[in-house]
Design a protein around this ligand. Structure first.
Ligand code: GLN
Length: 249
């Protein structure tokens, strides 16, 4: 749990004699969904890795906090945050109006957007997004991709717990397209697993990723925003971007 009390809160607790754990570690518990390479995924030792993991660790380091990454299903992240099981979420999570009603977001930290993957054998059949109407489309549950799939082909969107499952379903012929964040699609296309899969040229949206905190948790938001600023200023942010995307941001 987040254990750094605000001065006023700590003073109030001292006054009431409620202050007990004097040397509790300052740990930020951060939820993610680690099947979303290159942003978050498990390495061979089942340790979370990726761009987001590096970013949140760098923020923790810059601000003097230990970061504990907790892996959970994507559609469980906001509920876990709202019930204070975690202090923040970093999960390639798009800042949307809908989510902003339930959580607060840090400053945007990554520019993303959606694209659609189809089988190469269908490239003449699906030349436009419009042509996907009426076709089964796959996406990850609770994502902006899932919402877009429903919009492109109403009543025909199929949701999966993880993106790799959606990719497999496309290859197995269970759906005609996968709607997903473009950087994750491109990462998948660069792997052997994607043989026979291509990206449609028509792009869909521009989206910003943010780190979510509990609604009204201004202290946590401030720590994250300040940490983000620090790592932008000291070059760490650019270094992490280069490490995962090979190009300067
Ligand atoms: N950016 C998308 C969203 O926020 C997908 C995130 C994800 O699958 N981890 O809905």
């Amino acid at each position: 749990m987040f254990k750094k009390f605000g001065l006023i809160a700590a003073a109030a607790m001292l006054a009431t004699g409620a202050f007990s754990s004097a040397n509790a570690a300052d740990v930020i518990r951060v939820g993610t969904e680690a099947t979303y390479a290159p942003f978050e995924f498990m390495d061979e030792n089942a340790k979370p890795q990726g761009y987001d993991i590096d970013i949140i660790n760098a923020i923790g380091e810059a601000m003097g906090y230990e970061v504990e990454v907790v892996n959970m299903p994507f559609d469980g992240l906001i509920p876990a945050l709202m019930t204070s099981q975690i202090d923040a979420v970093i999960a390639a999570m798009t800042i949307t109006e809908e989510r902003a009603k339930r959580v607060d977001f840090s400053e945007p930290y990554y520019k993303s957007g959606l694209s659609v993957l189809i089988l190469e054998q269908n490239k003449d059949k699906y030349k436009t997004l419009e042509s996907l109407k009426g076709q089964p489309l796959c996406a990850q549950i609770g994502t902006t991709g899932a919402m877009k799939a429903e919009e492109l082909s109403p009543g025909n969107a199929k949701s999966f717990n993880t993106e790799p499952e959606a990719f497999m379903e496309l290859k197995a012929g269970g759906c005609q397209g996968v709607v997903n964040d473009r950087p994750v699609n491109l990462y998948y296309l660069s792997s052997n697993a994607s043989e026979g899969v291509i990206e449609m040229s028509e792009m869909i949206t521009a989206e910003d990723y943010g780190i979510a905190v509990n609604k009204g948790n201004t202290e946590m938001k401030q720590i994250i925003d300040e940490g983000l600023k620090k790592i932008r200023d000291n070059g760490k942010f650019a270094e992490i971007h280069k490490k995962w995307f090979k190009v300067a941001q």
